[in-house]
Design a protein around this ligand. Structure first.
Ligand code: KG4
Ligand code: ZN
Length: 386
């Protein structure tokens, strides 16, 4: 069983052999945080406390297993909000201790990467390693090179893909290593989506609504052009705060935006936050602006990831995290990857955002290797991978 509580989703899932999802239950807190325009840590911890027991029970029930039948309990150790993480960790420890099951600590970022493996498995596929992984969410925008651990020591490990032996069968993967290739210097891409949506009076979270508005914009002329972002030093680093500020200045300097922003804020206040309700309140100029913003984000994410894949000489790219649900991002990756003869994998939208199936999947190699945590396990707010 996987348990996830690093941010604003309380989640539990039962997964077999790191690949087959028997259940995946996610209780979202979006409605609680929406009116503040972002996650309020104190409210998040309290809500996790309320949700953790029913969510874990529901996950076991939907999977048709008793808690006693589980092989291990995996929990997110970090990165994330300490108060939120502690709820999942404390409950996970208690459950493991009470049931006499091993406890496994998982890095949330490694979880996001494994969501792509879960999805591929659903389609009867298995991503080949090594791979370049882009994790792009509200809290993270980071590029890794992922290898099967055995590959690092022996060139003979050509078939170093994930294996899916049953727990305890003796075989199985020796786990993975991760090398960070680049990361955002400032805002995460999802954070830029959320901030731009907020300043345009489009509510929270910003990604899903901007995604749909950009698609609705079609080929309207953009009122402004945003060039590719340059980051000095590491060419694989990202930066999104300049883009967000460029949108802010563009809007601030043009009073014609004020009236429609006020109208949308009023609509949101009255509970009309659906795409169909907000679209008629957006001028062509706003649609063009949203599309140009999204073009800039997508271009930077895709170009740097594909450059990384080419530099590392890998044939696989994995894209995960909340922003991986973006339709233009997916379509652009598919197109670029096809040209470059690279295979790109995405989780489905429900596995892209925070969930516990990905935590259970990432825990599996540790389960096979019997790398367990003990009761000293603590929340780690900033936790590097690799
Ligand atoms: O992975 P996630 O659920 O939580 C974090 O770990 O951050 O990601 C949430 C982020 C939010 O910033 C949200 O605006 C963004 O993912 N997001 C999207 C889309 N759906 C969610 N961004 C762009 N396009 C989308 N369709
Ligand atoms: Zn996440």
């Amino acid at each position: 069983m996987g348990i996830e509580s690093s941010c604003d989703e309380t989640a539990a899932a039962v997964v077999v052999g790191g690949r087959k999802i028997l259940s995946s239950v996610v209780a979202s807190q979006i409605d609680i945080h929406r009116k503040y325009g972002g996650v309020v840590p104190e409210l998040a911890s309290r809500e996790h406390l309320r949700q953790i027991v029913p969510v874990v029970r529901e996950a076991a029930e939907q999977a048709g297993v008793r808690l006693e039948d589980l092989d291990a309990i995996a929990v997110t150790q970090g990165p994330g909000l300490v108060g939120s993480l502690l709820v999942g960790i404390t409950y996970g420890k208690t459950l493991a201790e009470a049931l006499g099951k091993p406890l496994i600590a998982v890095n949330h970022l490694e979880g996001h990467i494994h969501a792509a493996f879960l999805e591929a498995h659903r389609e009867g596929d298995e991503p080949k390693l090594p791979a370049v992984c882009l994790i792009v969410s509200g809290g993270h925008t980071v590029l890794y090179e992922m290898r099967a651990r055995e590959e690092n020591n022996s060139s003979a490990a050509k078939a170093a893909t994930h294996k899916t032996e049953d727990p305890g069968s003796g075989g199985g993967t020796e786990g993975h290593t991760y090398k960070k290739l680049g990361q955002t210097r400032d805002d995460a891409a999802g954070e830029a989506y959320d901030k731009v949506a907020k300043l345009l009076g489009l509510g929270y979270p910003g990604g899903p609504i901007l995604d749909r508005l950009a698609a609705a914009a079609g080929n309207v002329t953009a009122p402004v052009k945003f060039g590719p972002t340059k980051t000095r030093g590491n060419a694989l680093d990202f930066s999104f705060s300049g883009l967000k500020t460029a949108v802010l200045y563009h809007v601030r300097e043009r009073p014609e935006y004020n009236e429609e922003i006020a109208k949308r804020e009023k609509a949101l206040h009255e509970g009309h936050r659906k795409f169909e309700e907000l679209l008629p309140l957006c001028s062509v100029q706003t649609l063009g602006l949203v599309r140009e913003f999204q073009n800039a984000v997508v271009r930077d994410l895709v170009e740097r990831t594909m450059t990384a894949a080419e530099q590392c000489g890998v044939g696989t790219v994995l894209v995960s995290g909340g922003v991986a649900a973006n339709r233009q991002l997916r379509a652009t990756f598919e197109e670029r990857a096809r040209d470059a003869k690279i295979k790109v994998f995405f989780p489905s939208p429900e596995l892209s955002t925070d969930n516990a199936a990905m935590i259970a999947a990432a825990a599996y190699p540790r389960f096979v290797e019997r790398r367990f945590a003990d009761l000293r396990l603590n929340a780690t707010a900033s936790m590097p991978l690799g």
